[in-house]
Design a protein around this ligand. Structure first.
Ligand SMILES: Cc1ncc(C[n+]2csc(CCOP(=O)(O)OP(=O)(O)O)c2C)c(N)n1
Length: 709
């Protein structure tokens, strides 16, 4: 009976319908993608009153107020996406617990295999509110079989019962697999197959203490997975030296070596060392801008944070290099169309970028991750035979998926490619497997690990000295997935060709952008100095930045892409600016993200060095651009959620210095003015008003150019 297959999200349909039958009528929805199946199911059911609130903390208090007004007789449900979004419900959950009000928290989650593996917006959500809920559990990951459905139904009923009987909040964590925007219709009803326990459910439920439920339910396994895979430090030091000598051996024989730095802070020493490695044509760096490696500014800027020694693994020698601070002068001779219709290209960003020596060696920032989605022989031919990874999250889904695909092997083809050997460098020894290719862990900083094996690389000078035992490799032809040789080009050359191809396709587009999000961000990037820091909102701004190829000018690029969503972006940039008054700190963010975290300015300090660019495209434009939500008729109401608010009045009320740009010319003039503001002006907030329609055209043209060359 358990084997019968239903649509994957059948349990969500049943959950929603079941809650309706229990008496739920009001639902507060916080927009998000992972939670889309829940959002759409509630909206399409037709029996619920739905409210959308962007800030989860406020949303939870609002649901709390609704439950309060009903004197706790009827639970109110709350839906949010995964990651820190869930934690933001915390204050209202605690309040509801101590004031005994029934709130049903439905938190969308990633599948268990993603947890603790450096996926974005992924934290340990199972039982996260355990201490302040009357019931807490995790639904099955699928709703395909009778067993899944029965279990999901039981948990929903137990949650409801606990809320009613014990008067307090209940938490159902809901792991959801992709696709997220394909729901079965409500007409596929299975509630008639209810097992007998439903009828006597209310009588049985109270003896199921929360404790027992946890023990009986399958989310225990999630919990165990977490505990087993949670970052841990192996105590066996010999393990590291074995892994290091494995790395050395691998590098001796590899012809295709891929370095994958995830999100990291700038590190000048590592920069210099990787630049040396890039003299070896077998080496390619696949990195997003937030990797902060080889960003071209270290050579002229001292970074307070550059790591001169790595105390965690000081047994391996490290050298320190210092240099003086210079500030990049801004080229203000750019021509800007005074009609405001287009922003002409500014060669300096790209020429500076291209002139960096690392670029000569290889794609230093692989700029066009979208190309990795292509299923061409050339892209397949980029498969490495060794991966060395470090740092934190990779933001781009395509890059991550491409890396994951590299570890797939074809078991039916014994002469096919083997899985690339994967080494992970982490002084803290976190046991993570972000690319689905179980790594050999080396508990050293990236610098020290790479430095320890540099003598087998084909580079001339290492740390100011001639390399010992220079390895002279004989390139062997790379093979495709059938083991057939595809190219005799060096690994670097192959990546360069792909990058070049992408550049050729994109240059005409990027040079003549109509005014909109991408053009505005491009213009902003031209005003950023080499010693400035840039924070990016983690909705479209970081993606646009990536589309532009990152910036050669910024000294430190940051985005809250650990597990955070759009919460806390203003506060992070403000904190950064306050602790670094000598540097200019830019934040490029969206209108919803900006409004979400407006309370950042409730702090007394008003740092002049903070410049905030708020791209006001009237709501969460990302939902209009990405494939799933943009196809839903509910896209505007439930996902993009535009709000008619005067952002500048909001910022002005908090004492910020405000500006509004609606054309390229206005933006250019305002940005130029920012350099001359008098001291004491406070944070500058520039609202850039753009049209979603125009953004859509640009975004689609970009995708089309890359994916259908
Ligand atoms: C804390 C949190 N809640 C919800 C989300 C889901 N979410 C992702 S993007 C987005 C909209 C962001 O809109 P905006 O800041 O205007 O940026 P844009 O999409 O226009 O670039 C939302 C609500 C999230 N990422 N984080």
């Amino acid at each position: 009976m358990g084997k019968k297959l239903y649509p994957d999200k059948q349990h969500i349909i049943e959950l929603v319908d079941g809650l309706y039958q229990m008496g739920l009528r009001q639902v507060v929805v916080c927009p998000g993608s992972r939670s889309a199946p829940l959002t759409l199911a509630f909206a399409r059911h037709g029996g619920f009153q739905i409210f959308t609130v962007v800030d989860e903390r406020s949303a939870a208090y609002m649901a709390f107020g609704q439950a309060l007004s009903a004197r706790g007789t009827t639970p109110v449900a709350l839906i949010c996406t995964s990651g820190t979004a869930v934690l933001n419900m915390g204050p209202a959950v605690a309040e509801a617990y101590y004031l005994r009000l029934p709130l049903l928290l439905l938190s969308a989650d990633r599948p268990a295999f993603s947890i603790d593996q450096l996926d974005g917006q992924t934290i340990r959500q199972a039982n996260i509110f355990e201490a302040h809920t009357v019931f807490s559990s995790t639904l099955p990951e699928h709703g395909r079989t009778n067993i899944d459905l029965k279990r999901s139904r039981k948990l929903m009923q137990e949650a409801w019962s606990a809320m009613i009987r014990q008067q307090g909040p209940a938490h159902l964590n809901v792991p959801l697999h992709e696709p997220l925007y394909e729901l079965p219709p409500f007409s596929v009803r299975l509630l008639t197959n209810q097992p007998a326990e439903q009828s006597d459910f209310f009588g049985n439920s109270t003896q199921n203490s929360t404790q027992n439920l946890f023990q009986n339910s399958s989310q225990n396994s999630t919990h165990n997975v977490l505990q087993n895979s949670s970052p841990s430090v192996a105590s066996d030091a010999s393990h590291d030296s074995t892994a290091l000598s494995n790395l050395r051996d691998t590098l001796r024989h590899a012809t295709r070596i891929l370095l994958v730095p995830g999100q990291s802070a700038p590190d000048k020493q590592l920069d210099d060392l990787v630049s040396q490695w890039l003299q070896d044509p077998r080496v390619v760096v696949l990195m997003e801008p937030v990797g902060n490696l080889l960003n071209g500014s270290h050579s002229s800027v001292t970074t307070d944070f550059s790591v001169s020694s790595h105390p965690s693994d000081s047994s391996v020698s490290s050298d320190t290099t210092d240099s003086s601070v210079t500030t990049d002068s801004l080229d203000s001779s750019d021509t800007t169309d005074s009609s405001g219709s287009t922003v002409s290209s500014h060669p300096s960003v790209y020429s500076e970028l291209d002139s960096h020596k690392a670029t000569v060696c290889t794609g230093r920032v692989y700029r066009h991750e979208d190309i990795l989605a292509q299923d061409s022989a050339q892209v397949r031919g980029l498969r490495p035979d060794a991966i060395i990874s470090w740092g934190l999250q990779i933001v781009g889904k395509r890059t991550k998926n491409w890396l994951r695909r590299q570890s797939e092997t074809n078991e039916r083809n014994p002469i096919g490619p083997t899985r690339p050997r994967h080494f992970r460098l982490d002084p803290l020894g976190w046991a993570v497997d972000p690319y689905h290719n179980p790594p050999e862990l080396i508990r050293l900083s990236p610098y020290n690990a790479l430095h320890a094996v540099t003598n087998v690389m084909n580079c001339e000078r290492i740390g100011g000295q001639e390399a010992q035992g220079l390895y002279q490799h004989t390139p062997t032809a790379p093979t495709n997935s059938q083991g057939v040789p595809v190219s005799n080009e060096s690994y670097q050359k192959q990546w360069q060709l792909q990058e070049q191809k992408a550049d050729n396709m994109l240059t005409p587009l990027l040079n003549y952008l109509p005014f909109g999000d991408l053009a505005a961000i491009k213009e902003v990037s031209r005003h950023i100095g080499a010693d400035h820091a840039v924070h990016l909102g983690n909705s479209m701004p970081i993606r646009y930045w990536q589309m532009l190829g990152g910036s050669a000018r910024s000294w430190w690029l940051h985005a809250n892409r650990g597990t955070s969503g759009i919460d806390g972006v203003n506060s992070t940039a403000l904190g950064f600016a306050l602790s670094m008054p000598e540097r200019t700190v830019w934040l490029v963010t969206g209108d919803l993200s900006f409004a979400y975290d407006i309370n950042a300015f409730s702090c007394k300090e008003r740092p002049d060095n903070l410049r905030i660019i708020v791209i006001n495209n009237q709501g969460g434009d990302i939902f209009r651009l990405i494939d799933g939500p943009s196809r839903q008729p509910e896209c505007e109401d439930l996902f993009a959620t535009p709000r008619k608010i005067d952002l500048l009045a909001l910022a002005g009320a908090w004492g910020c210095d405000t500006f509004r740009a609606t054309t390229a010319f206005e933006l250019h003039t305002i940005l130029a003015h920012l350099h001359t503001r008098p001291a004491g002006s406070g944070p500058a907030v520039v609202e850039v008003v753009t049209e979603p329609k125009s953004n859509q055209i640009v975004y689609q043209s970009y995708q089309k150019a890359l994916l259908n060359p």
